[in-house]
Design a protein around this ligand. Structure first.
Ligand SMILES: [Zn+2]
Length: 314
């Protein structure tokens, strides 16, 4: 079966056949539930008048401008949150994703009557689709969150036992990772896998700082590490996975030319990598399409992309 999957996956890339690629097992471990579905799905649910995302955006500020001006205004109730999570899971299933680790923002807990109702809603979705996908809820929070909110919302999520991992995201002008260290230690002691966004628009110093202070198991993006061979050796020694999102990096302007996309160097260094969607609603590219995107730009060949696909299936 594995050999057949290898063959079909490589054929799918060479033929540009998305439906063939969709049939092959993949992961999406850098995905944000709030934007985890196609725009068409979201627009239909929201009434049909949502303005589509721009084709190019100016970094995180560009995302925030679009989200807070457009999509966020429709999210008001616990039922809305349930839609966001379930449609993210359904989209991943359609794409042949077998392991899904989507960040679910800890603040969403405030839209539920009780904490338990929030956790039960997520668990219900996990169980509903367990034969089709290994949905591993990830608790996420933004770098701008006040400490009291972390105590009130993040800690109960960690304590719930429902979340497999933790993620930190937002503006990369923020670099005071010490502020979150105790929460990461707490999450680690509770058995959660530790992730954080770093090196999307920033360079190796930022990535190293995040890894060392938060003791990360995985870095969301991490492409900024590619200019520092010493840091890449360090990442390899610690077997820290970099969860890469090609379309996101291009559309947000983190890279200007896909022909020189840093995943080439990261792969040649022998790093642990995965290829992911980040925000399907914004970038309109599932995991299958992301693999094809790298293939079509000549960044990696079919064997190399298949190797990344297989190494990420853990
Ligand atoms: Zn992200």
């Amino acid at each position: 079966m594995n050999k057949l999957e290898d063959k079909l996956f490589k054929e799918g890339l060479i033929e540009g056949n998305i439906s063939k690629l969709k049939k092959i097992a993949k992961v999406d471990v850098h995905n944000h539930c709030g934007l985890g579905m196609r725009f068409s799905t979201y627009n239909k649910w929201a009434g049909g008048n949502v303005v589509p995302p721009p084709k190019k955006m100016d970094g995180i500020a560009g995302i925030d401008e679009y989200i807070f001006g457009e999509t966020a205004k429709f999210i008001k109730t616990s039922e809305d949150i349930e839609f966001l999570i379930e449609s993210t899971v359904l989209e991943a299933i359609d794409d042949g994703v077998k392991i899904l680790e989507p960040s679910i923002d800890c603040h969403w807990i405030t839209l539920f009557k009780t904490h338990q109702e929030y956790f039960s809603t997520i668990l219900k979705i996990k169980n509903k689709y367990k034969e089709l996908i290994d949905f591993r809820p990830e608790v996420g929070f933004a770098k701008c969150v006040p400490t009291e909110n972390l105590d009130n919302f993040l800690i109960p999520c960690i304590d719930s036992g429902l979340f497999n991992s933790i993620d930190l995201y937002g503006d990369e002008s923020f670099d005071d990772f010490e502020k979150f260290k105790e929460y990461y230690v707490y999450a680690k002691n509770k058995g959660l896998k530790l992730k954080a966004h770093a090196g999307e628009f920033t360079g190796p110093e930022y990535v190293r700082n995040a890894i060392e202070v938060l003791e990360l198991d995985e870095v969301q993006h991490g492409i900024g590490a590619s200019t520092d061979d010493y840091l890449l050796d360090f990442i390899k020694e610690r077997d820290i996975r970099l969860n890469i999102c090609p379309s996101s990096n291009f559309i947000l302007g983190a890279v200007s030319d896909m022909k020189s996309y840093p995943i080439r160097k990261l792969f040649d260094k022998g790093l642990n990598l995965s290829i992911n969607t980040d925000d399907l609603l914004l970038f309109d590219s599932g995991v299958s399409e992301e693999f094809l995107y790298l293939y079509n730009h000549g960044v990696l060949d079919a064997d190399e992309l298949n190797e990344i696909r297989k190494m990420s299936l853990i």
